[in-house]
Design a binder for this molecule. Structure first.
Ligand code: ZN
Length: 630
């Protein structure tokens, strides 16, 4: 673990001006954030707060964690406010903040499901009722809102609630870990924002109590507590302790298990706690768990959690394509976890996986126009899988909105002496390095072009390190300062240590040659199949680009691949094309000798996976079979 963690730069200190991300972020601002406000308004989420404010009872609408949708919306909207003036949005945010504040009980408690439906059952079903999960999202929204506006209203609501939680839980009070993690990472954020050590101690308590409290067996001990919950919340085997990462104390866990979003939030909080308290043992457990996930349980897209049964991890190398679950929220959680692991190590493997996840498993979660969403993300489909406008369980869309709106937090990190460029997004960042204000400008062609140039402008000549991530997918990277070559190794940071005067230009070339990829032989569903990548982008084949049915196409493992940028297609994408084979003449026989196989030569065109299902409905494949006999 590093002695001094690498903190992300604040949203307000980074200005993004990027050809790829600007349209995504503009759609997020203009369409998604606005659209989601309507959904939380019409869907009853805000009405729940109004009813509590007005002293009413009953009439709760939505899922048990409905409050969190309002908080995630507030967090996303706060990042939008942090990156520029928007008076209409500010007014809307203020109204929601006032509404949330007005619904808070005098003792700091706040959860509209309990307040409206089971007011005498606070904290009686820690495992299923999501009070602490919602509290966590409230805290995250409050920190973002305070940073963006300087207004303390929501932060005061969050601290009052956190104080209440601190009174209720702990060795002298309720000993329990929540069924859905989120409070852990949120309390660390609150600690950093307020300097109040007890929030960090409480976060550590929630991490360490997990896997030790088996006395909350609610189905048998408290049947009355689940009476008001939807059936899906207390049936089947989904709720074994592994589902919510309570099968063992966190620091003893050997593999990423259970509900994948829960796991990502827990491990994000655990890394924060380990980093803030210097807990090497806990941090070591996080590194082990990451290796298990990254090396055995992650799709080529960065997606995680391969089955819809319990929305969870299954076993090593079990990565089916046509039933892939890979929830959008889990990808987002992975980006959060990776950012935190990086903060305490400076290791490039974390932003490498974050990059893969951002451009593929996360971005695929919404349509190009920002109004339709995937909750789960298949890697193969036959024309019957499409995005929806919204979900009854609407966790993913506002989660995506808050990540896209707060993208700035994922681009740079600093410990005050060095600036790390973790993702290549054209932007201007202002920070202080070795005591001197410094402006860094990055111009990047990602994800279509690997040419990057940077200028570094300190207020006065100052010595500090500028560290650039050299992507692991890159072959023959070139890096230079004022034309002087500098060593660059894929999968590592290139650290440029010098006195910077403001006259230097750093240039990087990360060639994006198209490449064919194979999966580990133990991934049964990918045996004999090829996937295509270029730069950070994973590709797929769609019906819309082919006359031959997709299930007949075979991709040879050799032959030239070519890339073409198509500004007119899917919002502007680089496509890949190359030779393909089609067993067109196979008719009649069910089986044939391999020696007798015969293929017609044809061509394939691949489009970025994130952009699929934005044209006429059809089949899609990420992993395409190679021919048996080329
Ligand atoms: Zn989700």
């Amino acid at each position: 673990m590093r002695e001094r963690p690498l903190r992300p730069l604040d949203v307000s200190t980074v200005e993004v001006h990027d050809d790829f991300w600007d349209p995504v972020r503009e759609t997020n601002r203009e369409e998604t954030v606005a659209h989601q406000y309507e959904r939380i308004d019409e869907g009853g989420c805000l009405e729940n707060f109004r009813r509590v404010r007005d002293g009413e009872s009953g009439g709760f609408r939505g899922m048990v964690f409905e409050d969190s949708d309002a908080y995630k919306w507030l967090e996303a909207a706060s990042y939008v406010l942090a990156s520029g003036e928007d008076p209409a949005l500010r007014e809307r945010v203020d109204r929601v903040v006032d509404l949330v504040a007005a619904a808070q009980a005098d003792d700091g408690y706040l959860n509209t499901f309990i307040q409206l439906r089971q007011p005498d059952r606070r904290w009686t079903n820690i495992r299923m009722v999501h009070e602490l999960y919602c509290a966590g999202h409230l805290i995250e929204a409050a920190v973002a809102h305070h940073r963006a506006t300087g207004d303390r209203t929501l932060l005061d609501v969050a601290t009052a609630f956190a104080d209440h939680v601190d009174d209720v839980f702990g060795p002298d009070g309720l000993e329990a870990a929540p069924g859905h993690e989120e409070i852990e990472l949120a309390l660390v954020r609150l600690y950093r924002e307020t300097g109040e050590r007890r929030y960090l101690d409480l976060a550590r308590y929630f991490v360490d109590v997990r896997g030790r409290n088996d006395r909350f067996d609610w189905e048998t001990d408290h049947p009355e507590d689940i009476a008001g919950l939807p059936d899906t919340w207390h049936t089947g085997t989904d709720w074994d302790p592994t589902y919510y990462q309570s099968q063992a104390p966190v620091r003893e866990q050997a593999a990423v298990e259970g509900h994948s979003v829960r796991a990502m939030y827990l491990f994000s909080g655990a890394v924060d706690v380990a980093g803030e308290t210097g807990d090497e043992d806990l941090f070591g457990a996080m590194e082990r768990l990451w290796e298990n996930m990254a090396e055995r349980r992650t799709y080529v897209t960065g997606g995680i959690g391969s089955t819809e049964h319990g929305e969870r991890f299954t076993e090593d190398y079990d990565l089916p394509n046509d039933t892939a679950y890979a929830e959008t929220c889990a990808a987002i959680g992975s980006v959060f976890w990776n950012r935190r692991l990086f903060a305490h190590t400076g290791d490039a493997r974390y932003p490498d996986l974050a990059e893969r996840t951002l451009y593929n498993a996360m971005l695929v979660g919404q349509s190009l126009d920002g109004t339709e969403y995937f909750y789960d993300n298949r890697l193969a489909a036959d024309g019957d899988v499409h995005r929806s406008g919204w979900f009854e369980c609407a966790c993913c869309p506002p989660n995506l909105a808050r990540l896209v709106a707060g993208l700035e937090r994922h681009l740079y990190a600093t410990d005050g002496e060095a600036l790390y460029v973790t993702q290549y997004v054209s932007s201007t960042a202002e920070t202080i390095l070795a005591g001197t204000p410094v402006t860094v400008d990055v111009e990047s062609g990602f994800p279509w072009d690997g040419e990057v140039s940077l200028t570094v402008d300190p207020d006065e000549p100052t010595a500090f390190d500028l560290a650039l991530r050299v992507p692991e997918w890159c072959v023959d990277p070139e890096l230079a300062v004022d034309g002087e070559p500098v060593d660059a190794t894929p999968g590592e940071f290139a650290v440029l240590s010098r006195e910077w005067t403001g006259d230097e230009t750093v240039t990087a070339a990360f060639p994006m040659a198209p490449r064919r990829v194979a999966a580990h032989p133990a991934v049964e569903d990918d045996v004999g199949r090829v996937a295509l990548e270029r730069g950070p982008v994973v590709y797929c084949l769609e019906d819309a680009d082919h006359d031959v049915p997709l299930d007949r196409l075979r991709l040879p493992t050799d032959g030239d691949l070519s890339a073409e940028h198509r500004p007119d297609l899917l919002g502007g994408v680089t496509t890949l094309s190359g030779p393909a084979l089609d067993p067109a003449g196979w008719d009649g026989d069910l089986y044939r000798a391999v020696d007798d196989l015969d293929y017609d030569e044809t061509k394939f065109t691949a489009v970025p996976y994130y952009a699929w299902d934005n044209r006429e409905p059809g089949a899609m494949r990420v992993w395409v079979p190679a021919p048996l006999d080329e």
